[in-house]
Design a binder for this molecule. Structure first.
Ligand code: ASP
Ligand code: MG
Length: 409
């Protein structure tokens, strides 16, 4: 007998038929003797529909009111799912975020969970009920409804699992696990049995959309074993956990990629202390997130060059800001490119193996793919290449590192 927190995403509860199918699945787990807390998203498309309603009234909805509106999507699904469970003779109770005291800060639309009082949930579990909780929402100290940011139901589930000390947090979704890369790009991509929190965090921040980044962070921090599995098919899914002896013996676990990249280059910046801050400070102040940065000392010694990447949506703003600052600083030239992508190899095995980077570069060279930027961390190597090489690059790397085959133990 174990306590499992299960989360069903928007597609899994997208119609009443699907909600009934989810109820059948939950009942099977219940009949097998597990205690269950179930977190649901809004029906698919519902959060976007609500956002559209707000936008029809104003371009700049007041964040507090937007949260009151958006939180209704999940309130519908908790009630419908509980009805479906009760119909099956499976006692259930639905709760909104505030009813189970999911306490957050007051940052509307992107609030962070600070505390959860599990006592009410525990009482229901002790009474033999399935507890159904609305994902994506909480309440601040003042009693205002908050939401956690898009995809936030994953975080609700992990936070509840941590607070209740659950044995596992299961995220049911429309894919049957975490793959070595996106199967739409590489049909031979393989489902991973296991992956570490660290690797999953890299994959999520580098563009893999299977799990919300914050949820993975939370799971790692509180050591909540996290499993991604399909709502529609049977299977073991992928377990995300700490590194251990039985881990697959892989150098590389996966290849992530991100199409939403753009880069800016500033040439001939007078090389003095403080120029990086002068140049990049205003970009950060405009709330534009900078990813990779390269600074190079030019051969003449007196000037330096910068290249950095931003999200493609932020590219026009960033270019405008940089043009102005570079002008003021007396830089020689500003240029940019928003037809670039980032491809990353991720694997904890890299720590103990040299030569992965050179194999990566060799593979790309063989395909005639020019690398524009490189960045590395302990467990990842990222390259920026022209957009047109994305598919070719990912496929070549998947092949070269034999990710379609299970690693030897
Ligand atoms: N319903 C919210 C969204 O669409 C939260 C979630 O699905 O996790 O982003
Ligand atoms: Mg979702």
């Amino acid at each position: 007998m174990s306590l499992i927190v299960q989360k069903f995403g928007g597609t899994s509860v997208g119609t009443t038929e699907r909600i009934e199918a989810v109820a059948d699945k939950i009942k099977r787990y219940r009949d097998a003797g597990h205690d269950l807390v179930v977190v649901v998203s809004a029906m698919s498309g519902e959060t976007d529909r609500l956002l559209g309603l707000a936008r029809a009234i104003t371009d700049q909805p007041v964040p507090r009111e937007l949260d009151v509106l958006l939180s209704t999507g999940e309130q519908v699904t908790i009630a419908l799912l509980s009805l479906a469970l009760e119909k099956r003779g499976c006692p259930a109770r639905s709760y909104t975020g505030s009813q189970v005291h999911i306490l957050t800060d007051s940052a509307h639309n992107k609030a962070r969970i600070q505390d959860i009082d599990g006592s009410r949930v525990r009482q229901d579990l002790d009474a033999g009920r399935v507890v159904v909780v609305a994902g994506f929402q909480g309440v601040d100290e003042q009693g205002n409804i908050t939401t956690l940011g898009r995809g936030g139901s994953d975080t609700t589930a992990v936070a509840l699992a941590a607070a209740l000390n659950a044995d596992e947090c299961q995220i049911f979704t429309d894919v049957d696990g975490v793959y070595t890369t996106d199967p739409r790009v590489v049909p031979q991509a393989r489902r991973l049995e296991r992956i570490t929190f660290e690797e999953m965090l890299e994959m999520a921040s580098l563009g893999s959309k299977v799990l919300q980044i914050r949820a993975v962070e939370f799971a790692g921090k509180y050591n909540v074993p996290l499993r991604v599995l399909s709502s529609f098919e049977e299977g073991e899914g992928t377990l995300i956990t700490y590194e251990e002896g039985t881990m697959e013996n892989a150098l590389i676990s996966g290849i992530a990629f991100n199409r939403d990249e753009a880069k800016l280059t500033i040439l001939g910046v007078p090389d003095q202390p403080g120029v990086a801050h002068k140049l990049l400070g205003p970009v950060a102040e405009a709330n534009i997130e900078i990813d990779m940065i390269i600074q190079n000392v030019a051969p003449d010694g007196g000037t330096t060059d910068f290249t950095f990447t931003v999200h493609r949506n932020d590219y026009p703003r960033a270019l405008e800001i940089v043009r102005q600052v570079a002008g003021e600083m007396g830089a020689r030239e500003v240029s940019g490119d928003d037809r670039i992508v980032k491809i990353s190899l991720v694997g904890v095995g890299m720590r103990s193996h040299a030569g992965i980077a050179s194999e990566m570069f060799e593979t790309l060279a063989r395909e005639g793919i020019n690398i524009r930027m490189i960045s590395t961390s302990e467990i990842k190597i990222s390259v920026v290449v022209d957009e047109k090489y994305l598919e070719l690059g990912v496929r070549a790397l998947h092949d070269a590192f034999q990710l379609d085959q299970a690693p030897q133990q």
